[in-house]
Write a protein that binds this ligand. Structure first.
Ligand SMILES: [Zn+2]
Length: 325
């Protein structure tokens, strides 16, 4: 029987576990949302139970698995398979937690378990099965509540010294910004153009006297303002929303330009929740990039949208097992 991959996409909101073929086709998956109501050990137990449930209902023995790949939303010591820290799990702190060995304990000793950052896992699935096919190197950007990158160099994920390379959202694009990032710095790309900062960006524009068709409570902190609301505004041809989208796009364009100068990658793929802002956003990102890169661009760079849908994280986690480490 053909060997299969098991993927685990472990995020702060959603836990998905799936069986994936080596060509990237997802066979079956289970998604749960109650994993963060447990402690660390119980959550690991839940992951193991879900994997066993999947194997059972697909009549597959664990000997038929090439291994278990885990995409985790946080900082990791890659070689040791240890979570350094994460800000994405509200219920509990996964600090210095040996996640790889904790999962391994639930299975036979020869079961391979690989843990990597979720943006890296998504980047790798894009490289193997999506917009990155045909390229030796590429960079995947996820633009959502937060912003992150996965860097593939010559077919391998670039991890850096510890394993935290690709924290693109914390690169500083505006040192004079007054919006503070969750990391403590001001002017991080994430705080200038990430979903989490939208309330503050909108607030600043309202203060300047901009009008909006959005139904928002101006006396509040505008917590309700999110990417979806801005999209609704775009559909209403709302000036304020358009300006927010173009401003965020310019910052992403600057970020991409910086990546281009450092890595000279042949391809950059964009994914994540904010990409549903659509053409206005994506076009402006590219325009900003090309304006900055000008005649320093000697060959075509392929800036594209993700070809993989909502399961990219899960498929990517499984695909980690295919990377030559
Ligand atoms: Zn930051």
């Amino acid at each position: 029987m053909e060997k299969l991959l098991c993927g685990v996409d472990l995020g702060g909101t959603k836990l998905s576990v799936g069986l994936v073929k080596t060509d990237g086709v997802l066979i079956d998956r289970i998604v749960v949302y109650d994993h963060i109501s447990k402690g660390e050990e119980d959550m690991i137990g839940q992951i193991s139970d879900l994997i066993n449930e999947l194997l059972l209902r697909n009549k597959i023995k664990d000997d038929n698995l090439l291994g278990i790949g885990v995409g985790f939303a946080g900082h990791l010591r890659i070689k040791q398979g240890i979570v350094i820290t994460t800000s994405n799990f509200k219920g509990f702190k996964l600090k210095n937690f040996p996640i790889r060995d904790a999962i391994k304990e639930h299975f036979k000793s020869k079961m391979e378990v690989i843990v990597d950052n979720d943006a890296n896992a998504q980047a790798y699935s894009e490289y193997r099965f999506g917009s990155g096919v045909g390229y030796d190197s590429m960079i995947f950007l996820t633009i959502s509540t937060g912003i992150g990158a996965g860097i593939i160099l010559d077919g391998r994920i670039y991890h850096g010294m510890t394993g935290t390379a690709g924290e693109f959202g914390h690169t500083i694009v505006d040192p004079h910004s007054d919006i503070q990032c969750g990391c403590g710095n001001y002017g991080c790309l994430m705080s200038c153009a990430g979903g989490l900062s939208l309330p503050q960006i909108v607030k600043k524009k309202l203060k300047k006297g901009m009008k909006t068709k959005l139904q928002i409570d101006r006396s509040s902190n505008l917590e309700a303002v999110d990417g979806k609301m801005i999209k609704q505004g775009l559909d209403l041809d709302d000036e304020l929303c358009k300006e927010v989208v173009l401003e965020c796009a310019d910052y992403i364009g600057i970020g991409i330009y910086n990546l281009f100068q450092i890595f000279n990658p042949p391809a950059i793929t964009l994914g994540g929740g904010l990409m549903y802002w659509g053409d206005l956003y994506f076009k402006r990102i590219k325009e900003k990039f090309y304006t900055l890169a000008r005649d320093m661009l000697y060959d075509k760079i392929d800036i594209s949208l993700t070809k993989l849908g909502g399961d990219a994280g899960l498929i990517g986690a499984a695909a980690l097992l295919l990377e030559k480490r």
